[in-house]
Design a protein around this ligand. Structure first.
Ligand code: ZN
Length: 169
């Protein structure tokens, strides 16, 4: 729970992986519900998926994506936009209960130059923030440590979702 940093050297594995693969992990997750725990899928709703980012900028970094493989907001329907907006609220609620952050960044990147790791399938980032977290840098994070904490975090968020009837759209 103490991996609260915005400096994320492990993302290089993700960025290198992108050049080797055209697979869309959101569509892959959507199509493999039996692997939800392995893929860190927290919620499935009618038109969306909420997953833990495997390459988090901060502990508790969630991604909200439409189930449809679409690159831009202007391709989304009003129903999708409304559902995803409600999921931002519910995600913040779940993360607040689980991790007690002091604030959040919620945002989107369009195009690789803007930092989109998966520009073909848009997604909303929900990143918990804590006072002073930008000052804390870790150089000894490795993938196993992060995977372990993601597994624990997923269990915690699932438990909290159950107790609080989230996402409850
Ligand atoms: Zn996709």
């Amino acid at each position: 729970m103490e991996h609260e940093n915005l400096w994320a050297p492990w993302r290089i594995k993700y960025i290198q992986g992108l050049s080797r693969s055209h697979d869309c992990f959101i569509c892959h997750n959507r199509d493999n519900p039996k692997d939800d725990d392995k893929n860190f899928v927290l919620w499935r709703t009618e038109k969306s998926l909420v997953v833990l980012n495997r390459f988090p900028y901060n502990n508790g970094h969630l991604l909200i994506a439409p189930t449809r493989h679409i690159p831009d907001l202007d391709k989304a329907t009003d129903e999708e936009l409304l559902e995803m907006t409600r999921l931002i609220i519910q995600s913040q609620k779940a993360l607040s209960l689980a991790l007690k952050p002091h604030g959040f960044n919620v945002g989107m990147n369009f195009g690789r130059c803007a930092g989109a790791g998966l520009p073909e399938h848009f997604h909303i980032h929900v990143v918990p923030r804590w006072d002073g977290d930008t000052n804390f840098m870790s150089v000894c994070s490795d993938t196993d440590v992060i995977s372990q904490s993601l597994t624990e975090l997923l269990e915690l968020l699932k438990q909290i979702s159950k107790e609080n009837n989230l996402p409850g759209l």
